[in-house]
Design a protein around this ligand. Structure first.
Ligand SMILES: [Cu+2]
Length: 483
């Protein structure tokens, strides 16, 4: 897509967002190239209730046995802090979306109605539906229309998410609030002694940053520089709330972390040096827990962590981002536990690593920037061009290189991968396991091994792209078929 067209469609996409009190603020409003001039509204004082999105388990169709979900993509308004009101988008609500809860083997019937007043799509990030049910840029939903996505859950337990994916306007729609979690359960995880009671000891944590005016309304603008750097704001939301406090029992607590931001990279930790165990990344359980004191996450990545608060009754901790120094939410350990859990030392015996020796070819993806544009393999997304043709069931190495001086990452649809190397060395333990999104810091390289197990449907290619959404919209995306 050419640059002017991109800016034009972006502006259209943003038309529904209020830009209130943006004049005369005296802080530059992001002009002049810095990514966000508005100061953070995070206060370090946690007064708002933690928001756990409602869980939607679907209704069982008595004839087919399918699980039916009705999802309404709608507009709304919301006050985040102060008196400022922002026009928002949400699913079955004003901002964000319900957590969809499904089980391996379920046949899903997702009825998605678009009431946004603009074209959209709805993509199941991390799920593995047939390509015509993927919700990518080709499965357009016009305003007023309902799209039915029907597919069988054919993957292990994992924390996934869903968000719009229309080419050129994804960033604005996600920023306005269209994002939700999609959790898959299976027998392997059900049998483990892990925290697993939703909203009691198992919590979604969707982290997003927003550029906010002093009154808490969104100061949405995307300058050319912001497009190149990725839109960032200095105010952090957790499940759509600024400065929330979460009351938790004195036991192991599980957090399903999602970096749902357009472009910000976080490095999360807990106050007081409190460590945690990483038990899963994007595509489910690791073989064994990995003890960490911090974790880096780029947009679209997920991580499930267990924090042991058994001996912490009466104490409070903050969950922080060390990249900005901002405390995102507070844990208030104020309840005695009624049931304990003990995270096992072995989590999964079903992870079968793909081996370099099994790969029949290496396919290169070069993420680059130049003259204010973003590229993969020196090309920009063209809806009419198939960039790569994969062979069904073939095992390949993806050699992914960021040759620019800025952050990127790489997400692929319809398949998952394992890292072989990062900058020539073995990947760190926290990047073990199955992934669908991987961070590429400036001038870095990863090798990932992958098998394409799902043939594409005609006229419905899968996507690969940078998940910095401004980059994706600007064309840092390609399409592939599996035949
Ligand atoms: Cu990028």
């Amino acid at each position: 897509m050419d640059r002017r067209l991109f800016l034009k469609t972006s502006a259209t996409g943003l038309a529904g967002l209020a830009i209130t009190s943006c004049g005369g603020s005296g802080n530059g409003g992001g002009m002049g190239g810095s990514s966000s001039a508005n100061p953070s509204l995070n206060t370090g004082v946690f007064t708002r209730a933690f928001n756990t999105p409602p869980e939607l388990v679907g209704t069982v169709d008595l004839v087919t046995g399918n699980k039916v979900f009705n999802l309404n993509m709608q507009t709304g308004t919301k006050q985040f802090t102060g008196q400022g009101t922002t026009q928002t988008m949400g699913i079955n609500g004003n901002f964000l979306a319900p957590t969809l809860r499904v089980t391996k083997g379920d046949v899903l019937n997702l009825n998605v109605t678009n009431q946004l007043g603009q074209e959209t799509t709805l993509h199941w990030h991390g799920m593995r539906p047939p390509s015509d049910m993927d919700g990518g840029p080709h499965q357009k939903i016009l305003h007023g229309a309902t799209w039915n996505a029907a597919y069988t859950v054919n993957q292990r337990a994992s924390t996934n998410w869903y968000h719009p994916h229309p080419h050129g306007t994804t960033a604005a729609q996600v920023y306005a609030g269209l994002a939700g979690m999609m959790i898959v359960d299976d027998a392997e995880t059900a049998a483990l002694d892990l925290p697993k009671t939703y909203d009691t000891d198992d919590f979604p944590v969707i982290v997003q940053d927003r550029d906010m005016n002093a009154d808490g309304s969104f100061a949405y603008s995307v300058t050319r520089m912001e497009t190149m750097q990725g839109k960032k704001g200095n105010t952090m939301l957790v499940n759509g709330v600024v400065d929330p406090v979460l009351d938790v029992p004195a036991k192991e607590v599980r957090f399903r972390l999602l970096n749902g931001s357009n472009s910000r990279i976080y490095n999360f930790n807990l106050s007081g040096g409190l460590g945690f165990k990483l038990i899963a990344n994007e595509q489910g359980l690791l073989a064994a827990p990995v003890s960490l004191t911090s974790i880096t996450m780029s947009p679209g990545e997920r991580a499930e962590i267990v924090v042991d608060l058994t001996a912490q009754l009466g104490n409070r901790f903050t969950f922080n981002d060390s990249n900005t120094g901002i405390a995102l939410f507070q844990l208030n350990v104020n309840q005695a536990a009624t049931v304990a859990t003990t995270t096992p030392a072995i989590l999964s015996t079903t992870l079968v690593p793909l081996l370099r020796s099994q790969a029949v070819r290496t396919r290169q993806f070069i993420l680059s920037m130049g003259q204010g544009n973003v590229y993969i393999n020196n090309k920009q997304m063209n809806m009419a061009v198939i960039d790569e043709v994969m062979t069904l069931n073939q095992i390949e190495i993806l050699d992914i290189q960021n040759t620019s001086n800025m952050d990127h990452n790489f997400h692929i649809h319809g398949a998952h991968f394992q890292l072989l190397t990062r900058n020539g060395a073995a990947p760190k333990a926290f990047e073990a396991g199955l992934k669908d999104t991987v961070y590429l810091p400036p001038n870095s390289r990863v090798e990932a091994i992958i098998q394409f197990k799902q043939a594409t449907i005609a006229n419905a290619p899968y996507m690969y792209h940078c998940h910095i959404l401004e980059h994706e919209d600007a064309g840092m995306m390609g399409q592939f078929t599996v035949v």
